[in-house]
Design a protein around this ligand. Sequence first.
Ligand code: ADP
Ligand code: 5GP
Length: 198
Amino acid sequence: MLKNKEGLLVVISGPSGVGKGTICKEYFNQKKDAFLSVSATTRQPRQGEIDGESYHFFSHEKFNQLIKEDYFLEWADFCGQRYGTPKKPVFDCIAQGKDVVLEIEVQGAMQIRAKHPEGVYIFILPPSMEELRKRLEGRGTESKDVVEKRLQTALKELEYASKYNYYVINDTVENAVGLINKIIEVEKLRSERCNLNI
Ligand code: ADP
Ligand code: 5GP
């Protein structure tokens, strides 16, 4: 009787180390029919990251070529590296009625929001800045310099938090994923997103 007109575009941002990747992984364990966009980046793979799954790892030359070819929905510089969302898979999935989740930083999110205000924009907050530092250091994937750079960037990113539709505090992964599930569930019931067939 009630059917969504198309898939939902969900954009998730938050400071580095807050737990976005962990939350998205758990969300997709629970929602196998949704689509998590695979971004492109110029940064080096971390241990265990797989090309084409974690990211598409591209050289700067290749990335810049793809910018010229209008391959990206958005792209941004973050702590000295480039990151971008391939456009085609996102809109193919939305047209097929699949919900699409983008886990991206704030500049890219703001580029998309300007063109797609119908999306749902969620900002993940840490329980405290001390806890953010602990998580970022505890992950152990970046050098001390890069951790400091990412913490500095986190302060700038937090200035954009109020531009998002929802805040989610990642105190526990279970709570954060539970809230994201609820937000998406309710957003999908908005009348303008549905066809009602009686
Ligand atoms: P991001 O993708 O935002 O950079 P990650 O998902 O890589 O962050 O998480 C950063 C670190 O924090 C990881 O070591 C992860 O295991 C840990 N972490 C994530 N969520 C929580 C949480 N709710 N409580 C404690 N540690 C967490
Ligand atoms: P990381 O190097 O920790 O994987 O990612 C660094 C930052 O880049 C994170 O905030 C992450 O959300 C963001 N990011 C990942 N993919 C994209 C993307 O396609 N576009 C933009 N703008 N940011 C991205």
